[in-house]
Ligand binder design. Structure first.
Ligand SMILES: Nc1nc2c(ncn2[C@@H]2O[C@H](COP(=O)(O)OP(=O)(O)O)[C@@H](O)[C@H]2O)c(=O)[nH]1
Ligand SMILES: [Mg+2]
Length: 256
């Protein structure tokens, strides 16, 4: 495989400031930017479909400029190549863990709105306009909730549904903030919220850490019911260990 630099592609999150002249004088019309971040580790089979599904046409019609940023965990398959072929920007975070990957992505992203979702084609990208609508309505952060919505049969194991419900309940009680699906990987943020998230999570405790930061900062949290598809490739998540780590993160962030 050819040597790969740290940053690829184009489409930085730079803001656009289109200027329009009118008979009333010169008016600044700022297009809103949305950056869709996909953490990816060996997702060559699905990452292309995820990027293709992003409803660019709908978003552009609504006045958004869309960037796609892949944060690749040094995949050994063709994830990066497939992503680059779509015109997405790709960065590499070789240290393991979704949390680390997202922290790296958050450090470089500059956009009015940021959406995070998996690269495994389980979360339909078609909900991005709904998430953005809620952010435009005033919510600081919005989740795509699988438990408020519907799921493919077997897309979440019984053990994971029970574990997620318990962790979700624990999170809502500890932080006195309602959430219906703590472990969802589908999140939307107002751009200015990103720099206020002081994340320490390195792995699959990322979402618990995100929720803890959001609740502690007093950010408002909206929820959109979504459809969740079955993963066609193996998950990188080990249920029991990840569940304990999530519970530990909730307690540590609340009391320490
Ligand atoms: N960059 C990077 N991405 C990761 C890593 N581990 C998982 N991911 C990605 O994070 C997303 C969530 O992981 P996934 O295995 O789907 O977990 P699940 O949705 O909880 O079953 C997927 O897009 C993965 O490819 C990692 O170590 N580095
Ligand atoms: Mg997934």
């Amino acid at each position: 495989m050819k040597a790969v630099p740290d940053v690829f592609g184009h489409g930085s999150g730079e803001r656009s400031q289109d200027q329009w002249s009118s008979r009333y004088g010169r008016v600044d019309m700022k297009q809103k930017t949305v950056c869709v971040i996909l953490p990816a580790l060996n997702e060559e089979e699905t990452i292309g479909k995820v990027i293709e599904e992003i409803p660019r046409g709908v978003l552009e019609e609504k006045g958004y400029r869309v960037n796609v940023l892949i944060v690749d965990g040094n995949s050994t398959d063709l994830t990066r190549e497939v992503a680059l072929d779509t015109g997405a920007e790709v960065i590499i975070e070789p240290r393991p863990g979704k949390g680390r990957a997202m922290k790296t992505a958050f450090q470089r992203v500059q956009a009015d709105f940021v959406v995070m979702m998996d690269a495994d084609y389980t979360y339909p990208a078609t909900y991005i306009p709904d998430l953005l609508n809620m952010l435009q309505q005033g919510y600081d952060v919005v989740i795509g909730s699988r438990l408020m919505g519907r799921r493919d049969y077997g897309s979440i194991s019984r053990l994971n549904i029970v574990g997620n419900r318990l962790l979700t309940m624990m999170a809502s009680i500890l932080y006195l903030t309602r959430i219906s699906d703590l472990c969802t990987g589908y999140w939307g943020f107002k751009g200015e919220v990103i720099s206020k998230l002081h994340l320490s999570a390195e792995g699959f405790n990322l979402e618990a850490d995100l929720f803890a930061q959001v609740a502690k900062n007093g950010h408002s949290l909206g929820q959109v019911p979504i459809y969740y598809r079955r993963r066609s490739t193996p998950s990188k998540l080990g249920s029991i260990k990840a569940g304990l780590n999530i519970a530990k993160t909730l307690i540590r962030e609340r009391f320490c």
